[in-house]
Design a protein around this ligand. Structure first.
Ligand code: MRU
Length: 341
Protein backbone atom coordinates (compact mmCIF):
# COMPACT_ATOMS: atom_id res chain seq x y z
CA UNK A 1 0.00 0.00 0.00
CA UNK A 2 1.47 3.40 -0.92
CA UNK A 3 1.70 6.07 1.75
CA UNK A 4 -1.57 7.99 2.17
CA UNK A 5 -2.04 11.13 4.27
CA UNK A 6 -5.22 12.75 5.56
CA UNK A 7 -5.67 14.97 8.58
CA UNK A 8 -6.82 12.09 10.79
CA UNK A 9 -5.62 8.97 8.92
CA UNK A 10 -2.31 7.96 7.45
CA UNK A 11 -0.57 4.87 6.16
CA UNK A 12 3.19 4.45 6.46
CA UNK A 13 5.03 1.44 5.01
CA UNK A 14 1.73 -0.38 4.83
CA UNK A 15 0.74 0.33 8.45
CA UNK A 16 -2.27 2.40 9.45
CA UNK A 17 -2.30 5.23 12.00
CA UNK A 18 -5.27 7.19 13.37
CA UNK A 19 -5.07 10.66 14.93
CA UNK A 20 -6.91 10.39 18.25
CA UNK A 21 -9.63 13.03 17.84
CA UNK A 22 -10.78 12.69 21.44
CA UNK A 23 -7.53 14.33 22.58
CA UNK A 24 -7.67 17.30 20.20
CA UNK A 25 -6.92 20.13 20.30
CA UNK A 26 -4.71 19.83 23.36
CA UNK A 27 -2.79 16.74 22.19
CA UNK A 28 -1.96 15.36 18.76
CA UNK A 29 -1.38 11.66 19.25
CA UNK A 30 -1.24 9.12 16.40
CA UNK A 31 -2.36 5.62 17.34
CA UNK A 32 -1.31 2.49 15.43
CA UNK A 33 -4.38 0.60 14.21
CA UNK A 34 -3.56 -3.03 13.46
CA UNK A 35 -6.60 -5.16 14.24
CA UNK A 36 -10.29 -5.05 13.51
CA UNK A 37 -10.87 -4.70 17.21
CA UNK A 38 -8.54 -1.65 17.31
CA UNK A 39 -10.58 -0.03 14.55
CA UNK A 40 -13.97 -0.86 16.09
CA UNK A 41 -12.86 0.55 19.45
CA UNK A 42 -11.54 3.73 17.80
CA UNK A 43 -14.74 4.25 15.80
CA UNK A 44 -17.01 3.63 18.80
CA UNK A 45 -14.93 5.94 21.01
CA UNK A 46 -14.93 8.63 18.27
CA UNK A 47 -11.14 8.63 18.13
CA UNK A 48 -11.87 8.28 14.42
CA UNK A 49 -15.11 9.99 13.47
CA UNK A 50 -16.95 11.77 10.67
CA UNK A 51 -18.96 9.75 8.14
CA UNK A 52 -16.42 9.63 5.27
CA UNK A 53 -13.41 9.17 7.57
CA UNK A 54 -14.80 6.12 9.35
CA UNK A 55 -15.69 4.52 5.99
CA UNK A 56 -12.20 5.10 4.58
CA UNK A 57 -10.51 4.12 7.86
CA UNK A 58 -12.39 0.79 8.03
CA UNK A 59 -11.36 0.00 4.44
CA UNK A 60 -7.71 0.94 5.03
CA UNK A 61 -7.70 -1.42 8.01
CA UNK A 62 -9.08 -4.26 5.86
CA UNK A 63 -6.41 -3.49 3.24
CA UNK A 64 -3.75 -3.68 5.96
CA UNK A 65 -5.14 -7.00 7.20
CA UNK A 66 -5.07 -8.32 3.61
CA UNK A 67 -1.46 -7.18 3.26
CA UNK A 68 -0.40 -9.13 6.35
CA UNK A 69 -1.94 -12.32 4.99
CA UNK A 70 -5.45 -12.65 6.43
CA UNK A 71 -7.65 -15.03 4.46
CA UNK A 72 -10.53 -13.90 2.27
CA UNK A 73 -13.01 -15.56 4.63
CA UNK A 74 -11.53 -13.76 7.62
CA UNK A 75 -11.60 -10.40 5.80
CA UNK A 76 -15.24 -10.90 4.83
CA UNK A 77 -16.13 -11.66 8.45
CA UNK A 78 -14.16 -8.60 9.57
CA UNK A 79 -16.04 -6.40 7.09
CA UNK A 80 -19.28 -7.36 8.83
CA UNK A 81 -17.82 -6.56 12.26
CA UNK A 82 -16.68 -3.14 11.00
CA UNK A 83 -20.07 -2.49 9.42
CA UNK A 84 -21.67 -2.71 12.86
CA UNK A 85 -19.25 -0.28 14.53
CA UNK A 86 -21.57 2.74 14.10
CA UNK A 87 -25.08 2.54 12.69
CA UNK A 88 -25.93 5.93 11.18
CA UNK A 89 -23.15 6.92 8.76
CA UNK A 90 -23.93 5.01 5.57
CA UNK A 91 -20.53 5.82 4.04
CA UNK A 92 -19.17 3.04 6.26
CA UNK A 93 -21.57 0.50 4.76
CA UNK A 94 -21.17 1.80 1.19
CA UNK A 95 -17.37 1.73 1.34
CA UNK A 96 -17.35 -1.75 2.91
CA UNK A 97 -19.61 -2.98 0.09
CA UNK A 98 -16.93 -1.84 -2.38
CA UNK A 99 -14.28 -3.70 -0.38
CA UNK A 100 -16.43 -6.85 -0.26
CA UNK A 101 -16.74 -6.72 -4.05
CA UNK A 102 -12.94 -6.37 -4.32
CA UNK A 103 -12.49 -9.35 -2.01
CA UNK A 104 -14.37 -11.54 -4.50
CA UNK A 105 -11.55 -11.16 -7.03
CA UNK A 106 -8.97 -13.92 -7.56
CA UNK A 107 -6.11 -11.74 -6.32
CA UNK A 108 -8.17 -10.44 -3.40
CA UNK A 109 -5.15 -9.07 -1.54
CA UNK A 110 -4.10 -6.72 -4.35
CA UNK A 111 -7.74 -5.89 -5.08
CA UNK A 112 -8.42 -4.95 -1.44
CA UNK A 113 -5.34 -2.72 -1.23
CA UNK A 114 -6.20 -1.04 -4.54
CA UNK A 115 -9.83 -0.58 -3.56
CA UNK A 116 -8.98 1.11 -0.24
CA UNK A 117 -6.53 3.42 -2.03
CA UNK A 118 -9.16 4.28 -4.64
CA UNK A 119 -11.80 5.03 -2.00
CA UNK A 120 -9.33 7.34 -0.28
CA UNK A 121 -8.47 9.14 -3.54
CA UNK A 122 -12.15 9.29 -4.48
CA UNK A 123 -13.07 10.96 -1.20
CA UNK A 124 -10.35 13.58 -1.70
CA UNK A 125 -11.85 14.40 -5.10
CA UNK A 126 -15.46 14.34 -3.86
CA UNK A 127 -14.51 16.88 -1.18
CA UNK A 128 -12.94 19.20 -3.77
CA UNK A 129 -16.05 18.98 -5.95
CA UNK A 130 -18.40 19.75 -3.04
CA UNK A 131 -16.23 22.65 -1.99
CA UNK A 132 -16.32 24.11 -5.50
CA UNK A 133 -20.11 23.83 -5.79
CA UNK A 134 -20.75 25.13 -2.27
CA UNK A 135 -18.28 28.01 -2.31
CA UNK A 136 -20.00 29.42 -5.40
CA UNK A 137 -23.04 30.09 -3.19
CA UNK A 138 -21.07 32.20 -0.71
CA UNK A 139 -20.96 35.97 -1.19
CA UNK A 140 -18.16 38.28 -0.11
CA UNK A 141 -18.57 39.47 3.48
CA UNK A 142 -21.06 36.82 4.56
CA UNK A 143 -21.37 35.41 8.05
CA UNK A 144 -21.71 31.64 7.90
CA UNK A 145 -22.62 29.12 10.57
CA UNK A 146 -21.79 25.44 10.93
CA UNK A 147 -22.39 22.57 13.34
CA UNK A 148 -20.18 19.67 14.44
CA UNK A 149 -16.94 19.00 12.56
CA UNK A 150 -17.03 18.40 8.83
CA UNK A 151 -13.49 19.30 7.85
CA UNK A 152 -10.33 17.41 7.04
CA UNK A 153 -10.61 15.47 10.29
CA UNK A 154 -13.92 13.97 9.16
CA UNK A 155 -12.89 13.01 5.60
CA UNK A 156 -9.86 11.98 3.57
CA UNK A 157 -9.89 15.41 1.90
CA UNK A 158 -10.74 19.02 2.69
CA UNK A 159 -14.09 18.14 4.24
CA UNK A 160 -17.73 18.65 3.36
CA UNK A 161 -19.39 21.74 4.90
CA UNK A 162 -16.12 23.06 6.31
CA UNK A 163 -14.46 22.39 2.95
CA UNK A 164 -16.99 24.79 1.40
CA UNK A 165 -16.24 27.44 4.02
CA UNK A 166 -12.50 26.97 3.55
CA UNK A 167 -12.64 27.32 -0.22
CA UNK A 168 -14.75 30.48 0.08
CA UNK A 169 -12.08 31.79 2.45
CA UNK A 170 -9.29 30.80 0.05
CA UNK A 171 -11.13 32.57 -2.77
CA UNK A 172 -10.62 35.77 -0.82
CA UNK A 173 -14.23 36.21 0.24
CA UNK A 174 -14.18 38.04 3.52
CA UNK A 175 -16.24 35.48 5.41
CA UNK A 176 -16.67 34.86 9.12
CA UNK A 177 -17.80 31.58 10.61
CA UNK A 178 -19.93 30.96 13.68
CA UNK A 179 -18.93 27.55 15.06
CA UNK A 180 -21.52 25.72 17.17
CA UNK A 181 -19.67 24.01 20.01
CA UNK A 182 -21.90 20.95 19.40
CA UNK A 183 -22.89 19.36 22.68
CA UNK A 184 -22.48 16.73 23.94
CA UNK A 185 -19.11 15.77 22.43
CA UNK A 186 -17.96 19.25 21.42
CA UNK A 187 -16.81 18.43 17.89
CA UNK A 188 -17.30 22.11 17.04
CA UNK A 189 -15.58 23.55 20.09
CA UNK A 190 -12.66 21.14 19.99
CA UNK A 191 -12.23 20.13 16.35
CA UNK A 192 -13.76 22.74 14.04
CA UNK A 193 -12.25 25.57 16.07
CA UNK A 194 -8.87 23.82 15.83
CA UNK A 195 -9.20 23.32 12.06
CA UNK A 196 -10.28 26.94 11.55
CA UNK A 197 -7.18 28.09 13.37
CA UNK A 198 -4.96 25.89 11.18
CA UNK A 199 -6.71 27.22 8.06
CA UNK A 200 -6.74 30.89 9.07
CA UNK A 201 -10.55 31.11 8.87
CA UNK A 202 -12.00 33.92 11.00
CA UNK A 203 -14.37 32.18 13.42
CA UNK A 204 -16.18 32.66 16.67
CA UNK A 205 -17.20 29.79 18.87
CA UNK A 206 -20.75 29.80 20.22
CA UNK A 207 -22.76 27.53 22.48
CA UNK A 208 -25.43 25.77 20.42
CA UNK A 209 -28.22 27.74 22.08
CA UNK A 210 -26.85 31.08 20.86
CA UNK A 211 -27.59 30.45 17.18
CA UNK A 212 -31.21 31.64 17.47
CA UNK A 213 -30.20 35.03 18.82
CA UNK A 214 -27.63 35.51 16.05
CA UNK A 215 -30.19 34.68 13.38
CA UNK A 216 -32.74 37.04 14.92
CA UNK A 217 -30.14 39.81 14.81
CA UNK A 218 -29.41 39.14 11.12
CA UNK A 219 -25.89 37.93 11.86
CA UNK A 220 -26.11 34.63 9.97
CA UNK A 221 -26.30 34.78 6.17
CA UNK A 222 -25.96 31.09 5.35
CA UNK A 223 -25.66 27.74 7.14
CA UNK A 224 -23.66 24.75 5.92
CA UNK A 225 -23.80 21.37 7.69
CA UNK A 226 -22.67 17.84 6.85
CA UNK A 227 -24.61 14.60 6.81
CA UNK A 228 -24.24 10.98 7.85
CA UNK A 229 -27.04 9.69 5.65
CA UNK A 230 -29.38 11.26 3.09
CA UNK A 231 -32.65 9.43 2.41
CA UNK A 232 -34.20 9.15 -1.06
CA UNK A 233 -36.61 12.03 -0.35
CA UNK A 234 -33.81 14.37 0.81
CA UNK A 235 -34.38 14.05 4.56
CA UNK A 236 -31.00 13.68 6.19
CA UNK A 237 -29.35 12.64 9.45
CA UNK A 238 -26.56 14.70 10.95
CA UNK A 239 -25.09 15.47 14.35
CA UNK A 240 -27.82 16.07 16.92
CA UNK A 241 -28.74 19.75 16.96
CA UNK A 242 -28.77 20.07 13.18
CA UNK A 243 -32.56 19.81 13.09
CA UNK A 244 -32.97 22.67 15.58
CA UNK A 245 -30.70 24.81 13.42
CA UNK A 246 -32.80 23.99 10.34
CA UNK A 247 -36.01 24.99 12.14
CA UNK A 248 -34.40 28.24 13.28
CA UNK A 249 -33.08 28.92 9.78
CA UNK A 250 -36.53 28.36 8.30
CA UNK A 251 -38.14 30.76 10.78
CA UNK A 252 -35.49 33.43 10.19
CA UNK A 253 -35.30 32.82 6.42
CA UNK A 254 -31.61 31.95 6.51
CA UNK A 255 -30.50 29.68 3.60
CA UNK A 256 -29.70 26.23 4.98
CA UNK A 257 -27.50 23.77 3.01
CA UNK A 258 -26.47 20.18 3.58
CA UNK A 259 -23.11 19.27 2.08
CA UNK A 260 -22.25 15.61 1.47
CA UNK A 261 -20.70 13.26 -1.07
CA UNK A 262 -22.98 10.95 -3.05
CA UNK A 263 -21.56 8.10 -0.91
CA UNK A 264 -23.79 9.50 1.87
CA UNK A 265 -27.01 8.95 -0.12
CA UNK A 266 -28.98 5.85 0.90
CA UNK A 267 -31.82 5.11 -1.50
CA UNK A 268 -32.83 2.14 0.66
CA UNK A 269 -34.18 4.72 3.11
CA UNK A 270 -37.31 6.17 1.56
CA UNK A 271 -37.34 8.97 4.11
CA UNK A 272 -35.65 10.05 7.30
CA UNK A 273 -37.75 7.82 9.53
CA UNK A 274 -35.87 4.79 8.13
CA UNK A 275 -32.45 6.11 9.17
CA UNK A 276 -31.11 4.27 12.25
CA UNK A 277 -30.08 6.69 14.97
CA UNK A 278 -27.26 5.76 17.30
CA UNK A 279 -27.85 6.11 21.05
CA UNK A 280 -24.68 6.78 23.04
CA UNK A 281 -23.50 6.49 26.63
CA UNK A 282 -25.30 8.54 29.28
CA UNK A 283 -22.06 9.96 30.71
CA UNK A 284 -21.59 12.03 27.54
CA UNK A 285 -24.60 14.09 28.62
CA UNK A 286 -23.99 13.83 32.37
CA UNK A 287 -20.65 15.57 31.90
CA UNK A 288 -17.72 15.81 29.54
CA UNK A 289 -14.40 14.08 28.86
CA UNK A 290 -11.31 14.80 26.81
CA UNK A 291 -7.55 15.16 27.11
CA UNK A 292 -8.28 16.99 30.38
CA UNK A 293 -9.94 13.93 31.94
CA UNK A 294 -13.57 13.17 32.75
CA UNK A 295 -16.03 15.31 34.69
CA UNK A 296 -19.57 14.37 35.64
CA UNK A 297 -21.66 17.33 36.81
CA UNK A 298 -25.10 15.70 36.80
CA UNK A 299 -26.15 13.22 39.50
CA UNK A 300 -24.10 10.12 38.67
CA UNK A 301 -27.18 8.05 37.84
CA UNK A 302 -29.15 10.85 36.13
CA UNK A 303 -31.50 9.45 33.49
CA UNK A 304 -30.33 10.57 30.05
CA UNK A 305 -31.47 10.67 26.40
CA UNK A 306 -28.42 10.75 24.13
CA UNK A 307 -29.08 10.32 20.40
CA UNK A 308 -25.90 11.01 18.40
CA UNK A 309 -27.84 12.32 15.39
CA UNK A 310 -31.17 13.84 14.45
CA UNK A 311 -33.08 13.95 11.18
CA UNK A 312 -33.80 17.16 9.30
CA UNK A 313 -36.77 16.98 6.93
CA UNK A 314 -36.18 17.92 3.31
CA UNK A 315 -38.78 20.69 3.61
CA UNK A 316 -36.33 22.70 5.73
CA UNK A 317 -33.39 22.41 3.32
CA UNK A 318 -32.57 25.18 0.84
CA UNK A 319 -30.05 23.14 -1.12
CA UNK A 320 -28.22 19.80 -1.19
CA UNK A 321 -24.58 20.46 -2.09
CA UNK A 322 -23.27 17.16 -3.45
CA UNK A 323 -20.09 16.43 -5.41
CA UNK A 324 -22.22 16.41 -8.56
CA UNK A 325 -23.84 19.82 -8.05
CA UNK A 326 -26.28 21.83 -5.94
CA UNK A 327 -29.85 20.53 -5.90
CA UNK A 328 -33.02 22.38 -4.97
CA UNK A 329 -36.17 21.03 -3.33
CA UNK A 330 -37.70 20.75 -6.81
CA UNK A 331 -34.71 18.70 -8.03
CA UNK A 332 -34.99 16.36 -5.05
CA UNK A 333 -38.75 16.00 -5.49
CA UNK A 334 -38.14 15.18 -9.17
CA UNK A 335 -35.95 12.26 -8.04
CA UNK A 336 -32.47 13.61 -8.82
CA UNK A 337 -30.97 11.40 -6.09
CA UNK A 338 -32.02 8.32 -8.08
CA UNK A 339 -28.89 8.84 -10.25
CA UNK A 340 -26.99 7.29 -7.32
CA UNK A 341 -28.86 3.96 -7.49
O1 MRU B 1 -20.47 11.66 15.72
P1 MRU B 1 -19.61 12.27 14.65
O2 MRU B 1 -18.63 13.25 15.19
O3 MRU B 1 -18.98 11.22 13.78
O4 MRU B 1 -20.63 13.07 13.75
C1 MRU B 1 -20.15 13.67 12.58
C2 MRU B 1 -21.18 14.46 11.86
O5 MRU B 1 -22.32 14.52 12.24
C3 MRU B 1 -20.74 15.08 10.58
O6 MRU B 1 -21.50 16.23 10.32
C4 MRU B 1 -20.95 14.08 9.44
O7 MRU B 1 -20.30 12.87 9.71
C5 MRU B 1 -20.48 14.60 8.14
S1 MRU B 1 -18.72 14.84 8.22
C6 MRU B 1 -18.06 15.13 6.81
Amino acid sequence: MKNLTALSLKTRQGELYVLDQTLLPQQQKWLPCQTVNDMVVMIKALQLRGAPAIGIGACLLLAYRASVGDSREQLLRDAEVLRAARPTAVNLMNNLDSMIAALQQADFKTAAIDCAGQLFAQDVQLCLNMARHGAALVQDGEQLLTHCNTGGLATAGVGTALGVVNLAHQQGKNIRLWVDETRPLLQGGRLTAWECQQLGIAYQLICDNMAAMLMARGQVDRIFVGSDRIAANGDFANKVGTYSLAVLAHYHKVPFYVVAPHTTVDLACADGSAIPIEQRHADEVRGVSGSFGKTIWAPEDAAVFNPAFDVTPAALVTGWVLDTGVYSQADIAAGVLMQFA
